[in-house]
Design a protein around this ligand. Structure first.
Ligand code: DX5
Ligand code: ZN
Length: 236
């Protein structure tokens, strides 16, 4: 289970300090939301900011590109120190395929994101190419929005494909993820939890990260225990 606090909910005047705080919290990844004012109606920050944060933290840098022209940003974010770059399925099948190939060719992990109104089937042609499938649980653009419950079946579908096809991608959720909604996502198969407002609003971020990790682990375990053992069923 990966807990990935989002820098979007941090104090924008103190990115370095906030990155240190997240690193000390024993979170697993740092989620970096890149918004271009075109793909989404908001602007966040660019590769220069990410580059200046790289010496501050050894955390895995999970770069989420909410951008119309990711092709011009992959090299700059690679040079800035990204560990994973995620692009959006809404860019279209052919563009996505080429972009994922480019990301992988740089030796980075590749993620594919699907917005709430977009069918999860748009991710299906790319499942073998990706390291992470990001199911957006709010419409991207802003932190602090409410979790959209209608996205839960998409997580379930992503988990079913992964299981049935023997694939190993992570299932990441992003938007409105708090202790309650994280557990709901974990129960249907999510294993990677981006959380901005719900985590960073805590004075004791370490305790909040630990609590979220425990909650999702317990949620996952409770599902596993209630299911019949598939191997035992096959023996009958
Ligand atoms: C939404 C971003 C999210 C955002 C989540 O457009 O992709 O990563 O930071 O923030 P919260 O957890 O506040 O919904
Ligand atoms: Zn994000």
């Amino acid at each position: 289970m990966i807990i990935a606090p989002s820098l979007l909910a941090a104090n924008f005047g103190h990115f370095a300090r906030e990155t240190e705080r997240i690193t000390k919290s024993r979170a697993d990844w740092l989620h970096l939301d890149i918004m271009d004012g075109h793909f989404v109606p908001n602007i966040s920050f660019g590769p220069q900011v990410v580059k200046s944060l790289r010496p501050v933290s050894k955390l895995f840098f999970d770069v989420h590109l909410m951008c119309s022209k990711p092709e011009i940003l992959i090299d700059p974010f690679n040079e800035a120190g990204a560990d994973q770059i995620t692009i959006h399925a809404e860019l279209g099948e052919q563009a996505v395929s080429q972009l994922l190939w480019k990301i992988k060719s740089l030796g980075l992990k590749a993620g594919l994101a699907v917005n709430p109104p977009t069918s999860i089937s748009q991710a299906e042609p790319h499942l073998k190419q990706i390291d992470t499938l990001l199911v957006m649980t709010v419409n991207p653009g802003f932190g602090g929005q409410s979790f959209i419950h209608e996205t839960l079946p998409k997580i379930q579908q992503a988990a079913a494909w992964r299981r049935d096809r023997g694939l190993g991608y992570r299932i990441e959720v992003d938007g409105g993820v708090n202790y309650v909604t994280a557990a709901e996502c974990a129960r249907v198969g999510a294993d990677t939890f981006v959380s901005g407002t719900a985590l960073l609003s805590n004075r004791n971020l370490g305790a909040a990260v630990k609590k979220m990790r425990r909650i999702v682990e317990l949620a996952r375990m409770s599902v596993k225990r209630s299911l019949p053992d598939p191997e035992a069923l096959q023996l009958r």
